[in-house]
Design a protein around this ligand. Structure first.
Ligand SMILES: NC(=O)c1ccc[n+]([C@@H]2O[C@H](COP(=O)([O-])OP(=O)(O)OC[C@H]3O[C@@H](n4cnc5c(N)ncnc54)[C@H](O)[C@@H]3O)[C@@H](O)[C@H]2O)c1
Ligand SMILES: [Zn+2]
Length: 519
């Protein structure tokens, strides 16, 4: 179990809810203000006066970090403890963070005597509370869940907080657009709850006919507990559906049913479905909410998380699109029970990619588990999916718009896109092309002395163990390079290329295009 950190403004009930949650979870409760006051031997207001806010924040950060290393606790934080981005993200990585909320007048009522609150000093404490709440809104939103405490019974709030700890979602902190990813095994109610949390006016369910046939009954079960009207848009399957025409089909169905801005689009399927449904959601009525429910391994570890949406254009793949983050992602590995093994392998290629650029530990896990990962029931698979999503979420958190390190996720993709285009998207699944692209790109970088030679061999061995091909035919590689060069030359003579310096550590370099031009 992770520790539970309770964040939020003063007066939102952290020290009321904290002990109740701790009792339910059977772990100790601590309050950082009490620890700081105890260790300093003076009260918090005195300490602020003596040392100033900056010094106090240092003491606070030290206490927070100490509890990250301890056995699980419920930790009530000061109202400003997690305002520093790095500390907040360190806590989100290792604990469950719940922000408690209440409105400004209720906070003032609960705080009572403001003279003991140095931060509320001034003529109009209510206005000051409003100001601080507005300034901190984006930081407070970066949490695993926000729970309102005004008008709610403390025991109910504590029990809701414990449920989040037990759910243990992965968080993608993006200010007010923060969302969580649940990874579950055969738990349709996870989707029911995620939809209920968004309280939509109606649902637009986007899926494809294959997924509808294989997994539709699970979706229907999840929705059967919700009294919300639904529109189903069931598309033919396949990459060639990723066009503006299909986006139009989704728009037509939704607008034909007169959905309003409170509607929720649910993308139920693979990456093709989430790219299209995501695009439709980002443009319908200038943007409505989206939940992605990936049913392929590739979509679970890659396409459903991170907000990239869009479709293909005759000039190339994914050339039109938007960034529109979902409100939640619900990954149920049970969906993989009907996925063809070839699609499983293709998904694992993307996991190998993310391990190469971010995590030696994940790479080793993949090596140890090997072909057992092709069994959707394998417990190792669930863990690997969680790891891959966690790692991708960290990259997106730091570089949502791909100004820098998000480009690391393109490792293998320059060559892969060339191979896919050259073979008209018929010969290879995307993940298969990525496996070939990873090997080709690592090879090029090893020849230039950047990537250790033994890592190229080790990656090939891993991909082979997962049942993936690692050598594209020479003529295809040459044609792929030609394709990429003519395509990219229109945009410039260099290419942003992810370079793996050591296992789990990579950087994006601008390299000349002719790098790809190998005999
Ligand atoms: N937006 C992003 O960040 C991102 C990232 C990676 C890939 N992508 C995109 O994702 C697409 C590839 O995704 P994909 O591999 O999931 O393809 P896909 O959506 O075409 O799904 C592959 C096939 O599996 C079938 N299928 C899906 N779930 C199933 C299940 N549970 N049981 C049986 N059959 C099932 C589908 O009907 C389809 O035929 C590409 O278009 C790629 O560009 C997007
Ligand atoms: Zn990919």
């Amino acid at each position: 179990m992770r520790s539970l950190f309770l964040a939020g403004f003063m007066g939102t009930g952290k020290s009321t809810i904290g002990p109740r949650a701790a009792a339910r979870l059977g772990i100790p409760f601590v309050d950082t203000d009490e620890i700081i006051a105890h260790e300093a031997g003076v009260s918090i207001p005195e300490l602020w006066q003596r040392e100033g806010e900056a010094k106090f924040r240092d003491r606070e950060a030290a206490v927070v970090r100490r509890y990250l290393d301890e056995a699980p606790h419920v930790v009530a934080l000061g109202g400003g403890s997690l305002l520093l981005r790095n500390l907040r993200h360190a806590v989100l990585d290792r604990a469950t963070v719940i922000t408690l909320t209440a409105d400004a007048p209720e906070i003032l009522r609960r705080v009572g005597d403001v003279s003991t609150r140095p931060n509320l000093a001034g003529a109009d404490p209510l206005e000051r509370i409003r100001e601080l709440l507005a300034a901190r809104e984006g930081s407070y939103a970066e949490c695993h869940a926000q729970l309102a405490t005004d008008g709610f019974d403390a025991d109910d709030v504590a029990s809701a907080a414990c449920a989040v700890v037990q759910r243990d979602p992965i968080v993608l902190p993006l200010g007010n657009r923060t969302y969580t990813v649940d990874v579950v095994n055969d738990a349709p109610e996870a989707l029911t709850d995620a939809i209920a949390r968004t309280a939509p006016s109606s649902l637009v369910i986007v899926t494809d006919t294959t997924v509808r046939r294989a997994r539709g009954h699970v979706l229907d079960r999840a929705l059967s507990h919700l009294a919300i009207s639904r529109i189903d848009v069931t598309l033919p399957p396949g990459e060639d559906q990723k066009s503006i025409t299909t986006a139009q089909t989704i728009w037509d169905a939704a607008l034909g049913a007169r959905v309003d801005r409170e509607t929720l689009v649910v993308a139920f399927g693979g990456g093709v479905t989430s790219d299209l449904a995501g695009f439709a959601a980002s443009t319908l009525l200038r943007g409505v909410r989206l939940i992605t429910v990936p049913t392929t391994l590739l979509a679970m570890v890659d396409a459903s998380v991170g907000g990239k949406t869009g479709f293909d254009h005759p000039a190339g793949k994914n050339l039109v699109g938007t960034i529109h983050q979902p409100r939640a992602v619900v990954i149920d590995v049970a969906h993989l029970s009907t996925l063809p093994v070839r699609e499983m392998r293709a998904g694992l290629a993307e996991v190998v990619k993310i391990a190469l650029v971010t995590s030696e530990a994940l790479f080793q896990k993949l090596e140890v588990a090997g072909a057992s990962l092709l069994d959707p029931k394998s417990p190792a698979l669930l863990e690997v999916i969680r790891d891959a999503v966690t790692l991708k979420a960290r990259i997106v958190r730091d570089d949502e718009l791909e100004g820098g390190k998000r480009a690391l996720l393109n490792l293998g993709h320059t060559v892969a896109h060339g191979l896919e285009a050259h073979t008209a998207y018929r010969k290879y699944l995307h993940g298969e092309a990525v496996a070939l692209g990873l090997c080709a790109e690592l090879e090029i970088m090893a020849e230039r002395g950047f990537t250790p030679r033994e890592l190229v061999d080790r990656t090939r061995r891993l991909l082979m163990a997962l049942g993936l091909a690692t050598h594209a035919p020479r003529d295809e590689l040459r044609a792929a390079a030609r394709f990429v060069m003519t395509d990219k030359k229109r945009r410039g003579a260099t290419l942003a290329f992810p370079v793996v310096m050591a296992l789990g550590s990579a950087e994006v370099r601008q390299v000349p295009l002719d790098l790809l031009d190998r005999p």
